[in-house]
Structures are given as structure tokens and as C-alpha cells.
Ligand binder design. Structure first.
Ligand code: ADP
Ligand code: MG
Length: 173
């Protein structure tokens, strides 16, 4: 597809498959976020930038009454603020008989807390690799770590898409 591709949506709860145990929490975007790109985005791993917005979805606004506070005063400060590199996967969701794509975003930043229900805005800048099946957890973790390095190197490259194939050199950098 023609990059950049912009996605945003409310971060939804996943299956809790223990991605935090793997050191790689992935924030799920709702199906509606990628639906417009169903034809153009192939499955695989992408890189770019992400930002968590200081807003909450529906639940909070229904309780705010006649005295709405500005969004920034709901929390003492926006502890999720900032634009950071991200690496994301687009894949088929087995839960829906593989007819729904999922988009999961790992932000290359250590946040002080979770941000379920907040809005995540993403700009995809390039493709890293297709989706693979793994015979072992170790192989999966190794590839995830390489993906993170490729993403970091790619976003700091003057020509982002050019570095996506140089896995070995970027991993060593
Ligand atoms: P789930 O199955 O609900 O997606 P994960 O173990 O994948 O659970 O954790 C994802 C959640 O972790 C995100 O929704 C977000 O609230 C939180 N989180 C904290 N740090 C990050 C990060 N750096 N990147 C993505 N999500 C993060
Ligand atoms: Mg996840």
C-alpha cells in the first residue's frame, strides 16, 4: 500500500495470551480500524510511530455530568503522552474463523501503566516481513526481538522503507 497508512481506534482487551510475559505487550485496535484497508494491507509485521491520546472511550463521559473537565485534568497528567516508534502485526483472527484481521501494536516505549480504553493513533511507514508460523516459542521471541530492532533502525533511517530488508545489519547496529 502507499505509505504512510494512518490507523486509529480505542484500545481493546485481547485474549491475554501472555504477551507481557514475552516482554512484548500488544495493544489491539478494533476491527473497524483496519476494515478500510482489508484489501490493501497484507498480513505481516509493519513499523512506524504510535501515540496514545489522553482520552477515554464512552464509560467516562457518561459519568461526567454538567461539569465537564478538560481532558487533561481527568488525570493529573497524561502519563501516556508522546510519539514513539512502534512495531505492529496484522494477522487473521482464529477466533472469528480467520475471516477477521487483527491489528496489534507494540509501542517501543515503557509506559507506567496500561492504556485500555484510550485512543491509539498509529502511522504505518513500512513493511518488515510476512507472517510466519513458529514451531517454538523461542523462535517466535527471537523474531519479535529482531522486528523491534528493525523497526527502531527503520524509523531513524532517512529512507525508512530501505532498511526493512537489512535485518542482519540492523540487528548488529
Ligand atoms: P491483550 O491480550 O489484552 O492485548 P497484552 O498482554 O498484549 O494483552 O497487553 C496489551 C496491553 O498492554 C495494551 O492494551 C496496553 O494497555 C498495555 N501496554 C503497556 N505498555 C505497552 C506497550 N509498550 N505497547 C503496547 N501495549 C502496552
Ligand atoms: Mg495484545
Amino acid at each position: 500500500p502507499p505509505f504512510p497508512v494512518y490507523l486509529d481506534g480505542w484500545v481493546t482487551r485481547g485474549f491475554g495470551r501472555g504477551s507481557k510475559d514475552l516482554g512484548c505487550p500488544t495493544a489491539n485496535l478494533p476491527d473497524s480500524s483496519i476494515a478500510p484497508y482489508a484489501e490493501t494491507l497484507s498480513t505481516g509485521v509493519y513499523f512506524g510511530f504510535a501515540r496514545v491520546l489522553d482520552q477515554r472511550s464512552a464509560t467516562r463521559s457518561s459519568t461526567t455530568s454538567a461539569f465537564p473537565t478538560s481532558s487533561s485534568s481527568n488525570d493529573s497528567k497524561n502519563e501516556h503522552d508522546g510519539v514513539f516508534p512502534m512495531v505492529m502485526s496484522i494477522g487473521w483472527n482464529p477466533f472469528y474463523n480467520n475471516d477477521t484481521r487483527t491489528a496489534e501494536v507494540h509501542v517501543l516505549h515503557t509506559y507506567p501503566s496500561d492504556f485500555y480504553g484510550k485512543q491509539l493513533r498509529v502511522v504505518m511507514l513500512g513493511f518488515i516481513r510476512p507472517e510466519y508460523n513458529y514451531g517454538s516459542m523461542d523462535a517466535l521471541i527471537a523474531d519479535i526481538n529482531t522486528d523491534k530492532l528493525v523497526a527502531l533502525n527503520s524509523v531513524s533511517s532517512p529512507n525508512p522503507s530501505a532498511s526493512s530488508t537489512t535485518t542482519e545489519t540492523t540487528a548488529a547496529a
